[in-house]
Write a protein that binds this ligand. Sequence first.
Ligand code: AMP
Length: 224
Amino acid sequence: MAQLNLVLLGPPGAGKGTQARRLCEDFNLPYIATGDMLRERVKEGTDLGLQARSYMDRGDLVPDDLIIKMIIERLQEPDTEIGFILDGFPRTEVQAEALDRELTELGRSLTAAILFEVPEEDVMRRLSGRRVCVKNGHNYHVEFNKPKHEDRCDLDGSRLIQRDDDREEVVKHRLEEYRSKTEPLIEYYEEQGILRRIDAARSSDQVRDQIRATLAMALFEEQV
Ligand code: AMP
């Protein structure tokens, strides 16, 4: 099969993480989520973690140079040779351009940028009900995606918590960051002809089906 090099775009709380994990299972691709990678580094107390932490706590974007270095290193690992799913990167035009340059150097290109469209009023509800497991960051929702046992992850049994930056005042700021810095990427990828829009307000299964159909189409178009 052709490589699947995917970028997931959309506001926080649009369901990107949940769908990305399902896609990874379907296509056996590495899932690269910059938010998860940063949280791991914060936990480990690495230099990058220490530098990133204050930005993350405020809901600000971490500076481009730090993120770009981290992602470029990750994309050079051999497991990405079959493709990858990038979630939470790029989030600025500078990051998008750096990604394009790196892929060109590797003789590759993006298959699609999948935009998760969801009405703004849904986003707060989704984020405030979101819970993640402490061990692996698996996502749940108190209303839409309940775990089988309260407060325990179905997959690894670890405790479920609310992320600090899912608190209302931080979420508002994350959404402002999204609007001002990340939304311009919609046009960026539209101009490249690889933007694919998904109605992310529908049920998780419907969203998954739409993504699969969209990817089949993208791969088909790449071949003709
Ligand atoms: P996420 O889990 O994707 O919502 O990311 C959590 C936080 O990590 C964000 O609010 C940012 O502070 C930081 N972050 C993650 N990805 C990026 C990125 N590509 N550029 C800058 N900051 C990022």
